[in-house]
Design a protein around this ligand. Structure first.
Ligand SMILES: Nc1nc2c(c(=O)[nH]1)N[C@H]1C(S)=C(S)[C@@H](COP(=O)(O)OP(=O)(O)OC[C@H]3O[C@@H](n4cnc5c(N)ncnc54)[C@H](O)[C@@H]3O)O[C@H]1N2
Ligand code: MOO
Length: 398
């Protein structure tokens, strides 16, 4: 059986971003930038005042100096006058600094009498002046291709005068649950039916991570139903199947996909939960066949589907699984040949160290325990028995 790291690398190696589109600033948060973005103008575009006060020539200022107020220039209404020796212009935070002036004296350090102002202090050249381009110059690269746009990036792009941003398309990911026993939540018959938890869990996870996730109608455990479902996947960027991946007589997903033209990349990996994972391409579209046990489907989604999605979105993906160090909160036994992903709670010691305590029950159908877990403890194949307090690797759960 393939190890987890090799399986991950083989899934990621041939994936390409889904193409580009432009979106308005207001729709760009969370998207991945497809090209570098340059400022259309400098910020600030001209020298502006950082305070409410008077534009002056620093050389004219000293305690007791009296200056003539020759104009008033609110923000957005620059003065056409030039500040000559002995002059000043009334201005406000954000006002353009008028010609001739090189500093701003704040109004608290002045006493105004009609058209004159008495200074109580001197100021130095440049005081309270925001120079043109202080934040960024015209043409400066504000945002780099491949970055995920957050609220602060949107603010920066807006400050640079951008209206539209080039982003990678949101990958369309189809989620196809399979199984004769699978019901929509809310259905009542048959009484032994299993509610489709996995599709809704994965749709939420993928939607939260930038995909357009499409929950497809459940396919039944027969070749006719499965082939008809596969026929409707042509416009997807990735297909995720759930269930029917193992070795039972009704596990028909892989054989039916093969009849439809699947080129198999691999099937079965040394992972718990997640052993029957399958990877391949159907007419060029990446396909991941996840195990039906919903906890296995979720763990495989975190380890394989999310990195694949990031690659389809044009984002950077680390070469290896990203884990953090914690201390074991309980003894764990020797591991077998499968890399283990144990559901665990997280606490913090008085020294601020994270402690991960695995649940006693680790069933791959136990969604209640999954929902109460905060992390997965990642144990390599053949890890020896370890005592509580030993360092371990964890993946925090979203
Ligand atoms: N003889 C063997 N049996 C099994 C093996 C094996 O190696 N030899 N592997 C086991 C492992 S590991 C897993 S994981 C499961 C995976 O099986 P399948 O992918 O074929 O999944 P199903 O049999 O279709 O379903 C398993 C289980 O999950 C429930 N299920 C399925 N889909 C959903 C869904 N969308 N939402 C909620 N629950 C779902 C289904 O009812 C079953 O109970 O195989 C082991 N067997
Ligand atoms: O490894 Mo299977 O994937 O849950 O039990």
């Amino acid at each position: 059986m393939l190890d987890v790291a090799t399986a991950r690398a083989r899934i990621l190696e041939n994936l390409l971003p889904c193409g580009q589109e432009t979106v308005a600033l207001s729709a760009a948060c969370g998207r991945i930038l497809a090209q570098d973005v340059q400022a259309r103008r400098a910020n600030p575009p001209v020298c502006v005042s950082a305070m409410d006060g008077y534009a002056v020539r620093a050389a004219d200022t000293r305690p007791g100096a009296v200056l003539r107020i020759i104009d008033e220039a609110p923000a957005g209404r620059p003065s056409a006058r030039t500040v000559a020796a002995g002059d000043c212009i009334r201005l406000f935070t954000g006002s353009q600094i008028p010609a001739g002036a090189d500093a701003v004296i704040i109004q608290e350090n002045t006493q105004r009498t009609d058209q004159q102002v008495l200074l109580t202090q001197a100021v130095t050249a440049g005081q309270f002046v925001r120079p043109q381009g202080q934040d960024f110059a015209q043409g400066a690269v504000l945002l780099s291709a491949g970055s995920r746009l957050g609220p602060r990036d949107i603010g920066l792009a807006a400050a640079g005068g951008l209206v539209w941003l080039p982003v990678f398309r949101r990958p369309r990911v189809g989620i196809l649950a399979t199984g004769d026993e699978i019901l929509l939540p809310g259905d009542t018959a048959p009484p032994d039916g299993i509610f489709n938890s996995a599709s809704f869990m994965l749709a939420a996870l993928l939607g939260q991570n930038g995909a357009d996730s499409i929950v497809l109608p459940v396919a039944r455990d027969n070749a006719t139903s499965l082939s008809s479902a596969f026929a409707h996947t042509r416009d997807l960027n990735m297909l995720i199947t759930i269930g029917g991946a193992s070795v039972g007589a009704y596990d028909l997903v892989r054989p039916t996909l093969e009849k439809a033209g699947l080129v198999q990349n691999f099937w079965k990996i040394a992972m718990r939960p997640g052993k029957p994972l399958m990877s391949g391409t159907l007419n060029g579209m990446p396909v991941l066949g996840l195990p039906g046990n919903p906890v296995a489907a979720l763990v495989c989604s975190l380890v394989f589907v999310l990195p694949a999605l990031r690659k389809l979105m044009g984002a950077c993906v680390a070469d290896t699984l990203e884990t953090q160090t914690a201390l074991l909160g309980a003894d764990v036994p020797e591991n077998d040949q499968r890399q283990d992903f144990l559901r665990a709670t997280l606490q913090t010691t008085a020294d601020g160290l994270p402690v991960a305590t695995p649940f006693e029950q680790q069933g791959s159908a136990q969604l209640n325990i999954l929902a109460k877990s905060q992390a997965l403890i990642v144990r390599p194949p053949r890890a020896p028995a370890q005592k509580a307090g030993t360092p371990c690797q964890i993946m925090p759960l979203p």
